[in-house]
Design a protein around this ligand. Structure first.
Ligand code: ZN
Length: 290
């Protein structure tokens, strides 16, 4: 990796702002162990294919992320310096081309050693109150913290389409313009109508496939069936696939891949080598088009 540093400002930014941003970056870089970056990057295969400039920018964003956010171990969790920096790299990958401003409005990541059971009352859309006591690997609260199981964070070291850090931070991006509904604030050159149409059609297709698989009428879908829980989960799960198994997402839902490429301003399928999809996810090979 070269020493290239990203320029967080354009030439039109006034000199005081540029000075302040450079000072903020210097302070953030003083808070990380730069000697650890190469080993941590090598342990995260989803970062393969990023060039030196992109990796340097990602490391700068990770340092700023660790300065801005409070990582709070709880329930006896141990968080080493390499774990902190590895978590920050994964957290910043989705905003590599967007900037940390997309993670505004929240401050804390609460880190449990393993899966956790929140056991709280939930009111569903029919007004029925029930206790949600399902074990969770992560949660993202609206205008509140992100909660992660460190055992699941460690699973980010495999490219298998499961990445709890990207999943929960995709929820945060989704919540940036209100509730999580699978429709984050898009760039000016993107169409809200086309996004809703492309993601809505793919979500409906996935729900049909999950129902068919549940009833023994079809194979397990290529995308994790948890994505059929809601449009918000579809966005978060497909974001995991976009960064970990981009060829799978591009092969099955090419319109979703195209929308994500425009939204995240990245093209992981162009930079990552293809890997075999997880066992049981190979049957759905025909691309879905509306
Ligand atoms: Zn989720």
């Amino acid at each position: 990796m070269t020493k290239t540093r990203f320029a967080p400002t354009s030439p039109t930014v006034n000199p005081v702002t540029r000075w302040w941003q450079a000072r903020r970056l210097r302070r953030a870089l003083a808070g990380v162990d730069a000697a650890l970056w190469p080993r941590i990057i090598a342990e995260l295969p989803l970062l393969q294919g990023l060039d030196d400039t992109e990796l340097a920018r990602l490391c700068d964003l990770a340092a700023l992320f660790l300065q801005d956010k409070s990582l709070e171990p709880a329930r006896g969790a141990c968080l080493s310096i390499p774990m902190r920096q590895g978590l920050a790299l994964q957290a910043c990958l989705p905003v590599l081309a967007l900037g940390l401003g997309r993670y505004r409005g929240w401050h804390a990541l609460i880190l449990y050693p393993d899966e956790f059971v929140p056991a709280r009352e939930v009111i569903d859309e029919d007004g029925i109150v029930w206790i949600d006591d399902a074990p969770k690997s992560g949660e993202a609260w609206e205008q509140g913290p992100v909660i992660l199981s460190l055992a699941d964070v460690a699973a980010g070291q495999q490219r298998d389409g499961y990445n709890v850090v990207i999943h929960e931070l995709a929820h945060k991006l989704d919540m940036d313009n209100g509730v999580a509904n699978g429709h984050p604030a898009l760039h000016a050159d993107m169409s809200n109508r086309q996004w809703a149409s492309d993601l809505g059609a793919a979500y409906d297709d996935l729900c049909r496939r999950v129902d068919a698989a549940d009833q023994g009428r079809g194979p397990e879908p290529a995308i994790d069936p948890y994505a059929s829980e809601s449009p918000a989960e579809f966005f978060a799960v497909c974001s995991e696939a976009f960064f970990e198994l981009p060829h799978l997402l591009q092969g099955v839902y090419p319109d979703v891949y195209r929308q994500f490429r425009a939204f995240y301003r990245q093209d992981p399928a162009a930079r990552l080598p293809p890997v075999d999809p997880p066992p049981g996810r190979v049957e759905q090979t025909q691309p879905f088009h509306q």
